[in-house]
Design a protein around this ligand. Structure first.
Ligand SMILES: Nc1ncnc2c1ncn2[C@@H]1O[C@H](COP(=O)(O)OP(=O)(O)O)[C@@H](O)[C@H]1O
Ligand SMILES: [Mg+2]
Length: 192
C-alpha cells in the first residue's frame, strides 16, 4: 500500500504582479492519503482546494513543507497520480475511445490492445457503447466519466479529482457520486 503525504505544507502566491509581497493560500497543511482511502476536501471557493491538488499532482511546489509518496519527494507530475480536472480536459479531436487510450499510447501499448483496454475502461464507467462518439456528442456527465476512465488507464495509485461533479446538474451529480465510490472501491486507487 502506498501513502501520499503532505507534511506541514504551506503555499504562497505573489500578492499581485508588481509587488514582492506574497499571500499565503495554504498554511501548515498535513494530510495523508493511503492508496485504499477516499478523502474529500471541502472549502469555499478560493480556499485553496485546487492548489492542494496541484501540489499533490506535482504541478506546484510547496513554499515550505514536504509532499511525498512513500517517503520520496514529489518532483513533478507522474503516472502514479492521475488528475481529473474540474472542467473535463478531453481532447476534442479524438473520440471517446482514443481519449481513454491516449495514456496507453504514451506508454507504447500496441494499437489493438489499446483499443481493447480503452473499451474495457469505458464499460467500467458505464459507457460501453460510446467509444466511437465524438466528445462534443457527449453530455457533461458522460464527459466526466470519459475523463475518469482516461485517468484510470494509467493505473495510477492515486486519483486526484478536482470537483469532478461540480459542473453537473443535481440528479446527474447524485448518480455519479455513487458511481465514483464504486470505481474507487473496484480499482483500489486512493482518491482525493
Ligand atoms: N497561479 C496562481 N497565482 C496566484 N494566485 C493563485 C494562483 N492559483 C491560485 N491562486 C489563488 O489562490 C487562492 C486559492 O485558489 P484555489 O486553490 O484555486 O482555490 P479553490 O480551488 O478552493 O477555489 C485563490 O485566492 C486564488 O486566486
Ligand atoms: Mg478549485
Amino acid at each position: 500500500m502506498s501513502v501520499l503525504s503532505l507534511q506541514s505544507v504551506s503555499l504562497a502566491f505573489p500578492a499581485d504582479r508588481d509587488s514582492r509581497q506574497t499571500r499565503l493560500v495554504l498554511d501548515g497543511v498535513t494530510l495523508h492519503l493511503a492508496s485504499d482511502e477516499f478523502i474529500a476536501v471541502i472549502g469555499r471557493s478560493g480556499s485553496g482546494k485546487t492548489s492542494l491538488l496541484n501540489l499533490a499532482a506535482g504541478f506546484l511546489k510547496p513554499t515550505s513543507g514536504r509532499v511525498s509518496v512513500d517517503g520520496a519527494d514529489i518532483t513533478g507530475p507522474a503516472a502514479d497520480r492521475a488528475v481529473v480536472f474540474q472542467d473535463d480536459a478531453l481532447y476534442p479531436w479524438l473520440n471517446a475511445r482514443d481519449n481513454v487510450a491516449f495514456p496507453l499510447k504514451l506508454k507504447g501499448v500496441a494499437k489493438g490492445e489499446r483499443r481493447l483496454l480503452a473499451d474495457e475502461l469505458l464499460a467500467k464507467v458505464g459507457l460501453e457503447n460510446a467509444g466511437a462518439k465524438n466528445i462534443w456528442e457527449l453530455s457533461g456527465g458522460m464527459r466526466q466519466r470519459v475523463g475518469i476512465a482516461r485517468a484510470l488507464a494509467s493505473e495510477p495509485r492515486f486519483l486526484l479529482l478536482d470537483e469532478p461533479l461540480g459542473a453537473l446538474d443535481a440528479l446527474t451529480r447524485t448518480r455519479l457520486q455513487q458511481f465514483l465510490l464504486k470505481v474507487w472501491s473496484d480499482s483500489k486507487t486512493g482518491a482525493f
